[in-house]
Design a protein around this ligand. Structure first.
Ligand code: SAM
Length: 236
């Protein structure tokens, strides 16, 4: 999978060199490239923002640098002849980014992330590219970050680990939280007793049926307690 990230802080994405995603990059499973939006701002100060039409606090990202940066990525993708990319715009005003969306995006060959800053990106950028490629506005959660970089990073990790081969043992992706709408059961390892706290007997019983039943109960109990909304509880 190829992932292009357009940002005014490309250095932010150096962290993708470590751990499983770093290995996936080295092995060629993930081709992640961070692009500096300011390379597409041609005034002396490499300006990427301006005051908002209609007034108000804060600055808005200008459309021209975005147009040049995204056209360059689209042109290169077209020249390579592969399937066209999908544009992801992290935004607190987007649809919630959830596991099914991560799984859907992990099927694609090419994603482009547009990381906003300030009050966000001039709306015409989304409107224009919406005519040329699939565009998704995705929110990490109901809070406001300073920029799209942290959101893009979280999404790249959630999507990237679902790309076949990135996580060594695919079994470990099956019973995770959110995979089927429930949270995961609690996990334990050795020692059997730690600071007076014992591992539940059933996990040491060797009875696979009992272990599976206990884990299922734990998933339901935990989901009901922490995230009743996932069980369709309207009062949540
Ligand atoms: N004025 C915008 C609003 O109220 O919707 C918030 C702009 S925020 C300060 C700057 C950038 O951070 C956004 O353009 C977006 O890229 C990113 N961002 C902030 N919160 C986010 C969230 N919850 N999910 C995804 N991206 C977010």
């Amino acid at each position: 999978m190829r992932i292009d990230i357009v940002t005014i802080f490309p250095e932010f994405f150096r962290v993708l060199d470590v751990s499983l995603l770093g290995k996936a990059r080295t092995s060629g499973l993930l081709d992640v490239r961070a692009h500096d939006l300011r390379d597409h701002a041609h005034d002396r100060h490499r300006t990427v923002d301006d005051t908002p039409y209609g007034g108000g606090a804060g600055m808005v990202m200008k459309p021209e640098p975005w147009g040049e940066a995204l056209d360059g990525i689209l042109d290169e993708a077209a020249a390579a002849g592969g399937p066209g990319p999908t544009l992801i715009v992290p935004s607190p005003a987007g649809e919630p980014f959830r596991q099914p969306i991560a799984a859907e995006l992990a099927q694609l060959d090419h994603l482009v992330f547009a990381c906003g800053r300030y009050e966000g990106i001039d709306q015409r950028v989304v409107d224009h590219y919406d005519e040329r490629m699939p565009v998704r506005l995705l929110s990490l959660g109901d809070y406001v970050l300073n920029g799209g970089e942290v959101a893009a990073m979280a999404m790249v990790e959630a999507i990237g680990r679902l790309v076949p081969g990135v996580v060594g043992n695919p079994e470990s992706l099956v019973e995770e939280s959110h995979q089927d709408g429930l949270l995961e059961y609690p996990s334990y390892t050795k020692p059997q007793v730690w600071r007076g706290l014992e591992v539940p007997d059933v996990l040491r019983s060797g009875n696979h049926g009992a272990v599976a039943a206990w884990r299922h109960e734990q998933r339901i109990e935990r989901t009901r307690r922490v995230r009743p909304d996932l069980l369709g509880d309207d009062d949540a």
